[in-house]
Design a protein around this ligand. Structure first.
Ligand SMILES: NC(=O)c1ccc[n+]([C@@H]2O[C@H](COP(=O)([O-])OP(=O)(O)OC[C@H]3O[C@@H](n4cnc5c(N)ncnc54)[C@H](OP(=O)(O)O)[C@@H]3O)[C@@H](O)[C@H]2O)c1
Length: 334
């Protein structure tokens, strides 16, 4: 069967500033299965993620820039509609990296079957997917988090951050959560039960604020934002503290990125600062899946989604993500 596949393409690279819908086009192309092992998939949910911003520049990075006027890619969950594969049957739910489009044809090797536990399927883009895995790897594999530590989390009401807060609470840690709206602060305090949450946009001097609210300092900082926030945190880290660099969203649209001026504190406090990319850990998912599935079944984890309806609205959803208009995972429902 031939189908018209609608996909979103990037028109021009965006070196700085916030992307807008003007930077994207919707394109339609006819597709059909023509070879052995090919599968036709209808996407149900697609994920927009901050790292995609760096792919909208032509700068070299760990993942190549999007090709202009070609379908963009990213995580998605879909349903098999037609199949020339012995592995996948009609109706199977699959994870792929073929986001930003409604229908696509691909070889079976590019798909992963999802065997859902008792959760909505889109949780495989959230707590049981890429974002939950990022939180888990950052805290445990990279940071080797130990119980009863004082943990600071930035972008704490986002997809990754909200998992980090809850994983750290499960470990018996004290969690301090930073986020950008009062509504998010309330969610973190009242439902995720962090020990302290605050709106960083209302704080004039972060160093003094941390000194006041957490006079003993932090053992562990899970950094999602970078920039001046990271610099302020370094002043308040305890000796031998750990900082895991997960992201630098405050710098992604910046015209002049800010850097650390207080490396002397890293030396004197003997801090460990380590970055990581989840792409290096994709094969190492068994323990993450076992632990997170167990925590979900035990009712220890909760999550929110900000759902935007319709593929055409995905560029706007992406821009909104960078502006903090999401609580929890930003998703597009096709
Ligand atoms: N290392 C890896 O492999 C890996 C994998 C996945 C994600 N990440 C990184 O993890 C971080 C979180 O990703 P996510 O998917 O969970 O996104 P997210 O936190 O759900 O959404 C992005 C959030 O960033 C915050 N933000 C935007 N501009 C900011 C600024 N100037 N300063 C501080 N916060 C700002 C906004 O929340 P507020 O309202 O709180 O400002 C926004 O909601 C990102 O930095 C991302 O690049 C890294």
């Amino acid at each position: 069967m031939e189908i018209l596949s609608k996909n979103i393409v990037l028109k021009d690279y965006i070196p700085t500033g916030t992307p807008s819908t003007k930077n994207f086009n919707v394109r339609e192309i006819p597709i059909k299965i023509s070879k052995d092992k090919e599968v036709l998939v209808k996407n149900l949910w697609i994920s927009v993620d901050p790292y995609m911003r760096t792919r909208m520049t032509d700068r070299k990075n760990y993942i190549p820039p999007f090709t202009l006027n070609e379908p963009m890619d990213g995580s998605a969950i879909g349903e098999v509609i037609e199949t020339n594969s012995k592995i996948f049957s009609k109706g199977d739910l699959v994870y792929s990296f073929c986001g930003w489009r409604d229908y696509f044809v691909t070889n079976e090797e590019n798909l992963e079957k999802i065997k859902p536990i008792d959760v909505p399927i889109q949780a495989y883009l959230g707590p049981l997917g890429f974002t939950g895995h990022t939180a888990y790897v950052g805290l445990f594999n990279i940071g080797n988090l130990q119980p009863e530590k004082t943990v600071l989390v930035s972008s704490a009401a986002g997809a990754v951050g909200s998992m980090v807060c809850q994983f750290a609470k499960i470990m018996g840690c004290k969690v301090i959560a930073s986020t950008g709206t009062d509504e998010k602060v309330e969610w973190l305090k009242n439902e995720l039960l962090v020990d302290h949450a605050f709106n960083y946009k209302k704080v004039e001097n972060l160093v003094l604020y941390f000194k006041d609210k957490c006079p003993d300092g932090f053992d562990f900082y899970f950094d999602n934002v970078g920039g001046e926030f990271l610099e302020s945190v370094i002043y308040r880290m305890k000796n031998f503290g750990k900082i895991v660099i997960c992201g630098r969203i405050s710098q992604m649209n910046a015209t002049s990125p800010t850097g650390l001026k207080n490396m002397a504190h890293v030396l004197v406090k003997r801090l460990t600062i380590r970055g990581f990319l989840i792409f290096d850990h994709l094969k190492d998912r068994a323990k993450f899946e076992k632990d997170v599935s167990k925590w979900i079944k035990e009712g220890k984890l909760q999550w929110k989604e900000t759902v935007v309806q319709g593929l055409e609205n995905s560029p706007e959803a992406f821009a909104n993500l960078l502006e903090g208009k999401n609580i929890g995972k930003m998703l597009i429902k096709i």
